[in-house]
Design a binder for this molecule. Structure first.
Ligand SMILES: C[S@@+](CC[C@H](N)C(=O)[O-])C[C@H]1O[C@@H](n2cnc3c(N)ncnc32)[C@H](O)[C@@H]1O
Length: 288
């Protein structure tokens, strides 16, 4: 099936997704976003600094990095400004939806893998929150290897693994996913690239997916994600928080994975339509 024809799958109804009420959506679309998008960025940054926003500070240190993601995943913040941004903002809500959806799909793929101890390779894994959620959702004794540039993200991940009783099942490798050659990585039964492609150019996504494709047997799955700018807060995220994401449609994301030797895509939108989680399969005889 060509990437453009990837079927759209309905996310499982049992997942507790977050969706704003209709009045809140309208308020965001017609008042909050337009105002936040056009107030001078310097003024908004000063307000966020005054309000001691940890979410804003995390983004200023590393735009869209693992710290800001952990704050959005956690959902409970000390500062009032963060409570508003994290709980009422469409993007943090969509991020939590993506986390739930991806963890659920990874747990299912682990169960379907047929391997005795399925190995999940996570690229740009951050602290590995999503894959640890997935490991906790299945009785299959899977293990995971997390690859990330950030030593701090991996240190946070080690603590998370220990808190969740997952020591020995999660391995941590500090590396650039654009240079995986020579890293001690066992062949994966599943590759996860959720929450990384939006920080990479098209060529970098293709190169990284091609590299892991070389380690995978035909038919093995890859799970990745795309982000669209339908949330309406793109100017705010870019001007105020410094976030420069690469927005792609799910079709464009599938095309990139197709160029790297993957096919048979299935596309799962989270209910806000900001993120799509996509599952593909290593094609038979795909040139590496
Ligand atoms: C926003 S976080 C997402 C973490 C995780 N994928 C998730 O969705 O929860 C992006 C992570 O990608 C990592 N990263 C970005 N570029 C990378 C690269 N070239 N190689 C390895 N890690 C990278 C960052 O250090 C960061 O931890």
């Amino acid at each position: 099936m060509p990437p453009g024809a990837a079927p759209i799958r309905r996310p499982p109804p049992e997942l507790a997704f977050e969706t704003p009420s209709l009045p809140r959506r309208l308020l965001s679309r017609y008042l909050v976003n337009p105002v936040a998008n056009c107030i001078p960025a310097g003024l908004l940054r000063a307000l966020l600094r005054f309000a001691k926003s940890q979410l804003a500070e995390a983004n200023w240190i590393e735009p869209g990095g693992w710290r800001s993601m952990v704050i959005s995943y956690n959902g409970c913040c000390q500062q009032v400004a963060d409570r508003i941004l994290v709980n009422a903002g469409i993007v943090p809500m969509a991020l939590r939806n993506r986390k739930r959806l991806a963890a659920h799909l990874i747990a299912k793929l682990i169960e379907q893998s047929g391997a005795r101890t399925p190995h999940v390779l996570c690229l740009g894994a951050g602290p590995g929150w999503i894959v640890m959620d997935a490991l906790a959702q299945t009785h299959t004794p899977a293990r995971a290897t997390l690859v990330d540039l950030s030593a701090e993200a991996l240190a946070f991940g080690r603590r998370l693994a220990s808190e969740r009783g997952l020591e020995g099942r999660v391995e941590f490798i500090q590396a650039d996913i654009r240079q995986l050659d020579g890293q001690p990585i066992d062949p994966p039964d599943l590759v996860k690239m959720v929450g990384i492609c939006e920080y990479l150019s098209d060529e970098q996504v293709v190169a990284a997916a091609r590299e892991v494709g070389r380690m995978m047997r035909p038919g093995k799955p890859i799970i990745f994600s795309s982000v669209s700018c339908t949330h309406g807060a793109e100017p705010f995220l870019r001007r105020v928080l410094g976030l420069h994401l690469t927005y792609r449609s799910p079709v464009a994301a599938c095309r990139l994975a197709g160029r790297a030797g993957f096919g048979d895509f299935e596309v799962y939108p989270e209910p806000l339509g900001v993120y799509h989680v996509i599952v593909g399969r290593r094609r038979c005889g795909a040139g590496a």
